[in-house]
Design a protein around this ligand. Structure first.
Ligand code: PEP
Ligand code: MG
Length: 563
C-alpha cells in the first residue's frame, strides 16, 4: 500500500536516454531466486553425478528454449541478443565445467556456480563486449537455478496492466523481450547511456531513464511519472496533472511521427540527418526513413560470427547490399573494420591484450596487417562501382595526422571520398590538421566519451562519466566542429549523442553539419531541430559547454530551447 509519507514525493533523477513521458504503477523486477527455495533444495538429493548432470541438461533445455521462443517473437537487435543468450545457456564448455566440478564431489548448485564464475573470469579478462556478456551469464545462472529449485525464472515479471518497469539493471535478454504495449517506461538504478537497456529502449521507443540512484527503494505499485527528456521520476504525482503531461507529450510525439525531412533548423540551416546501419536489412529499412543517407555503416558487425576473412568478392556483395538502397541522390559512409575491444572479429582481432580498448583495434589492425585494410577497401570500391552509390569511407580509432593521411591516400587511390572518425581526444585536439589531409570528420561520441573520461563505456557503475553531455567531451566536439567550419568541410556526429534530440540541437549550434543515428531516432531528432533557430542552437551549445555536469547541462539546454 502506498502511504502519503513525504519520501513518496521525492524526485529521483538519472540519465535520460529515451524521451517521452509516462505515468503508471511501478513494477519492480527482482533479479534473485528466493534464498529459501535454494536452502530447501540443498544438494538436490541426486543419486549420482550423472543424475545431477541430467537435471542440469533439463534446466538448460528449458532456459535455452525460453530464450529461443522469445527470440522468434522479436526482431533486429532484440532477436540477436536473445539468440546469443540461448546459445550461451547451451554452451558445451559451460556443461563440461559443471561436470568437472560434479566429479570432484561438489553438489549441483555449487558446481554450476563454480563453472559460471570460471567463465565470468575469462570474459572479464577479455574486456569490452565480452565483459558485457558477464551480465548475460549471471542472468543464465539465475534462470538455471530457478528451474532446478522449482521457482519461476527471475527477471522481468509479466505486467498485468500497463506499468513502469523498475530494475537494478536489466539483463540484455530481459530488455530484448519487452512488450512496449504494456511497458510504459523503463527506470534502472544502474547502467549508462550506452548500456544494453538504453540501446534496446531506444529501438523500442520506450521512455527510459538509467543510472537512477534510489530506484530500487521504490515500492511496487507506487504511481510514477517518468520524464525521459529531463531524466526525472516523480513518485505519487498529482494524477490529473500527470495524465495531462502524458497527453501533451503523446500529442507532441504524434507530431514528430509526421516529420518528413530534410534536416533543417527553423530558420533553414541545413543539417543532414543520416542513419546508422549494420547490414543489408537495416539499410533497406533505413532507406524508408526521411534520411539523406547513411552516416555510419559498421562493417565489423557483418563479420562477428565469421572465422575466416571473406574474399574481396564476397565483401563486395555484402557491401553492395548496404549501398544499393541509397543509390541515386543519397550517400553512404562506410566505416572500415572496427574490430577489437568490444567487437571481436575472429580473423582480425589480436588475442590476449592486457587492455583491449587501448590496444590494437580499428585502424591500428592495419599497422601489422595492411593487406587486410587493402582488401576491404577493394571490396568497398567494387561495391561503390557496381551500385553507383556515392560512397565515403572512414577509419575508426585514428590517433595521429599521419595515420589519417596514409588512410586517406589509400581511399582516394580508389576514387572514394576519405575521412576519419574522431574517437580519440588526440584527433579532436588536432582536428584542424586532420582536415588538411581528409575530406570529412565524423565524431564517434561513444568512444570519444570513453577515452576523454577514462571510463569504460560498458561499465554500469560509471554512467555519470560515460555521458556525452560531460562538458569535457562537448569541448572536444566544439573544437572539432570549429575546425570543420574553418576548413569548410563536413563534420558529423555518428555516436549515440546524435540520437538525443536536445543534445543534437546543441551540437548543431557548435557547427556540426550532420547527425547519424539509429533509424528510430530520426524523426524525433529531425522534428526537434525543425523547431529551433540557429541562434537558439548556438545559445544551447554555449549553455551545455558552460555547465558543471551533464545534469546541469541538460537543464540549461532545456531552459534555452524550451520543454
Ligand atoms: C562511437 O564510438 O561513437 C561509434 C560510433 O563507434 P562504435 O559505437 O561502433 O564504437
Ligand atoms: Mg567507436
Amino acid at each position: 500500500m502506498v502511504t502519503s509519507d513525504a519520501s513518496q514525493n521525492t524526485l529521483l533523477r538519472g540519465t535520460p536516454v529515451v524521451p517521452g513521458v509516462a505515468h503508471g504503477p511501478a513494477l519492480i523486477a527482482r533479479s534473485e531466486v528466493s534464498p529459501d527455495a535454494v536452502a530447501r533444495f540443498g544438494d538436490g538429493g541426486y543419486a549420482d553425478e550423472e543424475a545431477a548432470l541430467a537435471a542440469y541438461d533439463d534446466a538448460v533445455a528449458a532456459v535455452g528454449d525460453g530464450f529461443q521462443r522469445r527470440a522468434d517473437k522479436a526482431s533486429g537487435a532484440a532477436a540477436e541478443v536473445l539468440t546469443a543468450s540461448a546459445g550461451l545457456a547451451r554452451d558445451r564448455g559451460l556443461r563440461s565445467a559443471v561436470r568437472k566440478h560434479l566429479r570432484t564431489g561438489d553438489d549441483l548448485l555449487t558446481s554450476l556456480h563454480a563453472a559460471v564464475e570460471q567463465f565470468v573470469g575469462i570474459f572479464t579478462g577479455m574486456g569490452g563486449l565480452m565483459a558485457e556478456r558477464v551480465t548475460d551469464l549471471q542472468d543464465i545462472e539465475r534462470r538455471l537455478v530457478a528451474h532446478l529449485v522449482g521457482e519461476p525464472e527471475p527477471g522481468v515479471p509479466t505486467p498485468r496492466e500497463p506499468s513502469i518497469l523498475v530494475a537494478e539493471d536489466l539483463a540484455p535478454a530481459d530488455t530484448a523481450g519487452l512488450d512496449p504495449s504494456v511497458v510504459l517506461a523503463l527506470v534502472t538504478e544502474r547502467g549508462g547511456p550506452t548500456s544494453h537497456t538504453a540501446i534496446i529502449a531506444r529501438q523500442l521507443a520506450i521512455p527510459c531513464v538509467v543510472g537512477v540512484a534510489g530506484a530500487m527503494a521504490i515500492l511496487g505499485g507506487t504511481r510514477l511519472l517518468v520524464d525521459g527528456t529531463a531524466g526525472t521520476i516523480e513518485q505519487e504525482p498529482d494524477a490529473v496533472e500527470a495524465d495531462e503531461r502524458v497527453r501533451a507529450d503523446s500529442e507532441a510525439r504524434a507530431g514528430l511521427a509526421t516529420w518528413s525531412g530534410p534536416g533543417r533548423t527553423a530558420d533553414g540551416t541545413p543539417v543532414k540527418i543520416l542513419a546508422n546501419v549494420a547490414d543489408g536489412e537495416s539499410s533497406r529499412s533505413a532507406a524508408e526513413a526521411p534520411v539523406e543517407g547513411v552516416g555510419l555503416f559498421r562493417t565489423e558487425l557483418c563479420f562477428l560470427n565469421r572465422k575466416d576473412e571473406p574474399s574481396v568478392e564476397e565483401q563486395a556483395e555484402i557491401y553492395s547490399r548496404v549501398l544499393a538502397p541509397f543509390a541515386g541522390k543519397r550517400y553512404v559512409v562506410v566505416r572500415t573494420l572496427d574490430a577489437g575491444s568490444d567487437k571481436p572479429v575472429a580473423f582480425a582481432t589480436h588475442e590476449g591484450e592486457e587492455n583491449p580498448a587501448l590496444g590494437v583495434r580499428g585502424l591500428r589492425l592495419s599497422f601489422t596487417n595492411p593487406a587486410l585494410l587493402d582488401r576491404q577497401l577493394d571490396g568497398i570500391a567494387l561495391a561503390a562501382q557496381r551500385t553507383g552509390t556515392e560512397t565515403w569511407v572512414m577509419a575508426p580509432m585514428v590517433a595521429t595526422v599521419a595515420e589519417a593521411a596514409d588512410f586517406a591516400a589509400k581511399v582516394r587511390d580508389r576514387g572514394l571520398k576519405a575521412g576519419v572518425m574522431v574517437e580519440v581526444p588526440s584527433a579532436a585536439l588536432l582536428a584542424h590538421r586532420m582536415l588538411e589531409v581528409v575530406d570529412f570528420l565524423s565524431v564517434g561520441t561513444n568512444d570519444l566519451t570513453q577515452y576523454t573520461m577514462a571510463a569504460d563505456r560498458m561499465a554500469t557503475d560509471l554512467a555519470h562519466l560515460t555521458d556525452p553531455w560531460q562538458p569535457a567531451v562537448l569541448q572536444l566536439i566544439a573544437i572539432t566542429a570549429e575546425a570543420g567550419r574553418q576548413a569548410g568541410k563536413s563534420v558529423g556526429i555518428c555516436g549515440e549523442a546524435a540520437a538525443d534530440p536536445l543534445l543534437a540541437c546543441a551540437l548543431v549550434g557548435m557547427g556540426i553539419t550532420s547527425l547519424s543515428m539509429a533509424a528510430a531516432a530520426v524523426r524525433p531528432v529531425g522534428a526537434r531541430l525543425a523547431t529551433v533557430g540557429m541562434d537558439a542552437c548556438e545559445d544551447a551549445a554555449e549553455a551545455a559547454l558552460a555547465a558543471a555536469d551533464p545534469m546541469a547541462g541538460r537543464a540549461a539546454v532545456l531552459e534555452v530551447l524550451g520543454g
